[in-house]
Design a protein around this ligand. Structure first.
Ligand code: ZN
Length: 167
């Protein structure tokens, strides 16, 4: 296993719509292992493949306290959502930025496992928030896109300035 560099805003790889996974092979398994290791090391509770510049619909998530409940979702989609909840989100690709985002409270998710088998489950609370955040990544959407235009513009300005300074 090895760590993979996490790309940060405004990197273009974060804005691409990721490709559907069709090969359920060893390469996919080792990608998800490396993504999980990278997520735990960050530390974070979720990581989507576009964040490590991999153009595939792959997500790893672990919202448990003890970091022992890894979920690997291949080609995940939300088939049903209900209710609303607010949570202050952050993102490994936008370090140091936090903002309250409204998400669905309960979701029903359809995905595939590492062997390509269909899985379907329900989620609520932090897990539901995290899944919605990570699926956004697969569609090139970032949590700051859900903030008010005023807040978003302020954050973008700051991030662009920081990127210029570190370049
Ligand atoms: Zn994120």
């Amino acid at each position: 296993m090895s760590l993979i560099p996490i790309h940060t805003y405004p990197d273009k790889c974060l804005r691409k719509k990721a490709q559907t996974v069709t090969a359920f092979d060893d390469a996919l398994a080792s990608l998800t292992q490396n993504m999980a290791e990278t997520m735990y090391a960050a530390p974070g509770i979720g990581l989507a493949a576009p964040q490590v510049n991999i153009d595939q619909r792959v997500v790893v998530i672990d919202v448990s306290e003890d970091k022992n409940d890894l979920k690997v979702l291949i080609n995940p989609e939300i088939v049903h959502k209900e209710g609303a909840q607010d949570y202050e989100e952050g993102c490994l690709s936008i370090p140091g930025v936090f903002g309250v985002v409204e998400r669905a409270a309960q979701i029903e998710v359809k995905a595939q496992d590492l062997s390509g088998n269909a899985v379907e489950f329900q989620a609520d609370g932090l897990l539901a928030i995290c899944i919605q955040h990570e699926i956004d990544h697969l569609n090139g959407v970032l949590f700051i896109d859900h903030l008010s235009k005023l807040k978003r513009d302020r954050i973008k300005k700051r991030l662009k300035k920081e990127a210029r300074q570190s370049a």
